[in-house]
Ligand binder design. Structure first.
Ligand code: UD1
Ligand code: UDP
Length: 358
């Protein structure tokens, strides 16, 4: 069996690393194709280096652009690779434009598509990630769900064939990597003490590209930074918008750093008091690390963590963000270690793929 994995953005390198480990164990030939959606060293190569991911067999080097341009260019270039390599299956990950491009190319060439992280749904329904998720789930043969809620979501849409609850590959990786991290070295690099700072990330288009929402968030951070130390590894999209809108003045006391590698990010997460974020991955990682997350969204695909009182949704509301930093504390009695599986999602996914009876 020959499998083609299509990745392109930061969260996808992480997810593929887990699948690759198990494909390798089973001696399955995997072609790795990088769309080039993320290309800065700190958004791409650093993950390959830290997670020891092999060099992609192809890098399409598409880069940034409008949604149609980026997705279309990826499809044109990926199709060439797929026609040449003739894989038996295409693996796509998560909810980015690379995910959609990969699934469309596979479906149109009648090559089965396997979606890792299927069934996640959230409002607003017009956010790019939601469009990518819904469309990818519609045309995938295998839908690997990280949560039981994801299985339910697909059922509500009439999708039941090929659906598996496997758990979340991000949980597998978290368990593996956090065993061997040198917290002291990484914390001292950023001049931080354990449990004496709040970790922040912001990158969603609805937060960064809307000046009103971005201003609310930054004003909240400015206020919080009067009493608490903040560390903010900044996504290039957010950095650009802050400069464009003249909002740097809000961040004078905020510890802005460049995006960091996965190892440093996990140390920063585990040692933080709280996390303020609109990242899908980070709100779960905070939970894995038993740290509460304050979520800068009206809804989340990981709503089970809100429902058990661990994470809290505050949207881009300045007062609610500040209030949550002061008052939100998680309900430890409801911590469920197995909400995203048992840390063996990657192994389960590969076993299912190997049983493919086409
Ligand atoms: C993308 C995904 C999002 C995911 C995120 C992970 C889509 C629609 N969005 O969002 O689901 O949560 O990745 O981080 O696919 N840029 C750089 N250097 C880079 C990459 C991007 O400067 O290496 C800047 C460019 O100005 C670019 C902007 O960031 O236009 C946005 O990048 P893009 O990949 O389109 O979306 P993300 O916001 O990264
Ligand atoms: N991440 C990282 N360094 C950073 C910011 C994020 O390693 O500076 C990790 C984050 O912990 C998660 C992954 O990158 O594991 C993807 O997060 P991101 O917020 O980019 O995307 P999302 O999960 O929202 O799609």
């Amino acid at each position: 069996m020959k499998i083609l994995s299509f990745v392109g953005a930061r969260p996808q390198f992480i997810k593929e690393a887990v699948i690759h480990e198990h494909l390798k164990k089973k001696k399955i030939n995997e072609i790795l194709v990088h769309s080039g959606q993320h290309y800065d060293f700190n958004m791409s190569d650093i993950f390959f280096k830290i997670l020891d991911i092999r060099k992609p067999d192809y890098n399409l080097n598409i880069g940034s652009g409008t949604h149609a341009w980026q997705t279309g260019m990826m499809m044109i270039e990926l199709e060439k690779v797929v026609l040449k390599e003739k894989p038996d299956m295409i693996l796509v990950y998560g909810d980015t434009n690379s995910t959609l491009a990969g699934s469309l190319v596979g479906a149109k060439l009648k090559i089965p598509v396997a979606h890792i992280e299927a069934g996640i749904r959230q409002k607003p329904k017009d956010m790019p990630e939601e469009i990518n998720r819904v469309l990818t789930d519609r045309i995938s043969r295998y839908l690997f769900c990280p949560s039981k809620l994801a299985v339910e979501n697909l059922k509500k849409e009439g999708i039941e064939n090929g659906v598996y609850f496997t758990g979340d590959v991000m949980y597998d990786l978290f368990l593996k990597i956090t065993q061997n991290l040198d917290d002291k070295v990484i914390l001292s690099k950023y001049n931080l003490e354990p449990k004496e700072y709040i970790l922040v990330t912001v990158h969603r288009d609805f937060n960064t590209d809307n000046p009103g929402r971005l201003k609310n968030i930054l004003e909240a951070l400015e206020e919080i930074s009067k009493d608490s130390k903040l560390v903010f590894p900044i996504h290039p999209r957010t950095k650009k918008r802050i400069e464009e809108f003249g909002f740097s003045k809000f961040l004078k006391n905020v510890g802005i750093i460049d995006p960091v590698g996965y190892d440093e990010m996990m140390v920063l997460t585990e040692n933080s008091l709280k996390v303020i974020t609109d990242s899908g991955g980070l709100q779960k990682e905070a939970y894995f690390a038993k740290v509460p997350a304050i979520i800068l969204m009206e809804d989340t695909g990981w709503i089970e963590l809100v429902n058990i009182g661990w994470n809290v949704l505050v949207d881009a509301d300045k007062d609610r963000i500040i209030e949550a930093v002061i008052n939100h504390s998680p309900d430890f009695s409801r911590f469920d270690e197995h909400i995203y599986g048992d840390g063996k999602a990657g192994e389960k996914i590969v076993d299912i793929l190997l049983e493919d009876k086409r």
